[in-house]
Unconditional design. Structure first.
Length: 89
């Protein structure tokens, strides 16, 4: 995939299964409360591997810090890519 200044464009070499593909890049911003951000982190694999006692105390501290120092608002930015192509004949 490649990006362009417009955030979309044809992708090089879509492989044998698909014809030319179109790629769309979309920036996404999610807003969380402290508890919501901790719940989100709880679902990510690096945190799931921690022992329950370590993980929960760490995430409780993250949630408390967001509540007290960030006005109970945390922002998460990510970039999503959508690649669409017709199936080759």
């Amino acid at each position: 995939m490649r990006t362009t200044d417009e955030g979309w464009g044809l992708a090089d070499d879509p492989g044998e299964l698909f014809g030319p593909t179109n790629v769309r890049w979309d920036p996404t911003v999610q807003w969380f409360t402290g508890d919501g951000f901790a719940a989100h982190l709880r679902s990510l694999s690096p945190y799931r591997r921690l022992g329950r006692d370590v993980r929960e105390s760490l995430l409780d501290a993250v949630a408390e810090r967001i509540r007290t120092r960030r006005g109970d608002r945390a922002r998460r930015r990510c970039l999503s890519a959508l690649r669409v192509g017709r199936r080759a004949q």
